[in-house]
Write a protein that binds this ligand. Structure first.
Ligand SMILES: Cc1cc2nc3c(=O)[nH]c(=O)nc-3n(C[C@H](O)[C@H](O)[C@H](O)COP(=O)(O)OP(=O)(O)OC[C@H]3O[C@@H](n4cnc5c(N)ncnc54)[C@H](O)[C@@H]3O)c2cc1C
Length: 340
């Protein structure tokens, strides 16, 4: 026998910054939320891709680290007692007879909700892996696609591969921390921000990083989990062996809408089209906010997603509370209604 589904007002797909703020906005209108994310932690891109980077364009914070912003958003959502289902992907979304929605996840969790807020960012995302034999064995020990803690690289010999902003940023930051930093790129020209490119060349001139160009990753040497060297090669077959404790390949992200593409929503180049004034999709009861939502002139910023979450919550209210009239009120007037 299958367990009865969890019953809630709103199911939020994605626990990134915008989904977390969605919990708050729903809570302010007395709507309870369950939040599902395929990652093991809340925070979306902020947690998975740049936890230690400072963000400068969050209103009210002149500067805040991405991980710190997520902590604040979780704290802001907490009074409304959200239920998190982490480490599972929402696979199916089915309309039920009473116009409620049933969501089912990859681990079998079922959630019955009146409305759905899709805050799924770029969909399920993952790093582009270089095609090197045996790479899986080194992942998480000596090969990393993101830097969660820069201190983990103190005193290490680090090889960074790639020519974009992430490769440049981490080469510059780790130059002060690591024992050595070698930057492997297939072309002499880097394509990141001009300021970062200039800084990288200055560090190279000062002997603090070594630019290994034009080389490409060709192989790994080690015991299967701990790396001892990275093998690189030019297009002409010239090979070098770079002694290394860690490899950081930054070849971008593969983004995949995954099952969301099958949910009957109007899409525009892998994004869900919404009505900007309500965040409503073409399907009644389903809303989309944050990076995944699009309309003419959309700015993919965290603050844009926050406003979309507020619009969605106000628009959902009559569906969740059909017998009540929504009176717009400031938070200063109503405080935190119905907080647990
Ligand atoms: C390096 C970098 C720097 C940035 N700097 C800034 C900045 O300074 N200012 C700024 O405003 N923005 C910045 N951004 C952009 C910002 O991070 C995004 O706009 C923001 O993360 C979008 O939030 P979101 O909640 O919409 O989506 P995301 O953060 O992408 O979170 C979406 C979540 O949904 C989950 N998900 C997807 N599909 C499913 C599914 N089917 N089931 C369950 N879970 C699912 C994903 O696992 C993910 O955790 C930066 C981005 C990067 C990569």
């Amino acid at each position: 026998m299958t367990d009865a589904p969890h019953v809630t007002d709103v199911a939020i797909v994605g626990a990134g910054p915008v989904g977390l703020f969605g919990v708050f906005e729903c809570g302010m209108l007395r709507m309870k939320c369950h939040v599902i994310d395929v990652l093991d932690v809340a925070g979306g891109q902020c947690a998975a891709l740049y936890p230690e980077k400072p963000i400068y364009d969050i209103p009210g914070y002149p500067v805040i680290e991405a991980a710190g912003l997520i902590e604040q958003l979780e704290a802001q959502a907490k009074p409304f007692d959200p239920v998190y289902h982490l480490g599972q992907r929402v696979e199916t979304l089915t309309r039920q007879d009473d116009d409620r929605w049933l969501l089912e996840t990859s681990t079998g969790t079922r959630i019955d909700a009146r409305c759905v807020m899709i805050a799924a960012g770029v969909g399920a995302f993952g790093p582009n892996r270089p095609p090197l034999p045996g790479i899986e064995g080194y992942e998480g020990t000596s090969i990393h696609y993101m830097v969660a803690k820069r201190e983990a690289f103190r005193g290490k010999r680090v090889v960074i591969a790639g020519g974009g902003d992430s490769a440049l940023d981490w080469s510059i930051i780790l130059a002060d921390i690591a024992d050595s930093v070698m930057v492997v790129h297939r072309r002499p020209k880097f394509r990141g921000a001009p300021d970062s490119v200039a800084k990288l060349h200055a560090l190279a001139d000062a002997g603090k990083v070594e630019l290994v160009v034009p080389y490409q990753l060709a192989g790994l040497d080690g015991d299967g989990t701990q790396l001892s060297a990275v093998i690189v090669r030019t297009l002409d077959g010239d090979e070098r062996r770079l002694e290394a404790d860690a490899l950081l390949p930054f070849f971008g992200l593969s983004m995949n809408l995954g099952p969301i593409a099958e949910w009957g929503l109007n899409l525009d180049r892998n994004h869900i089209t919404i009505d900007q004034s309500t965040s409503a999709t073409n399907v009644p009861g389903i809303y989309a906010i944050g990076d995944i939502a699009t309309y003419p002139g959309k700015l993919k910023l965290i603050l844009t997603g926050f406003a979309e979450a507020a619009a969605a919550a106000h628009s959902m209210f009559p569906l969740v509370h059909p017998d009540e009239v929504l009176h717009f009120e400031y938070s200063t007037t109503k405080g935190l209604p119905g907080a647990a």
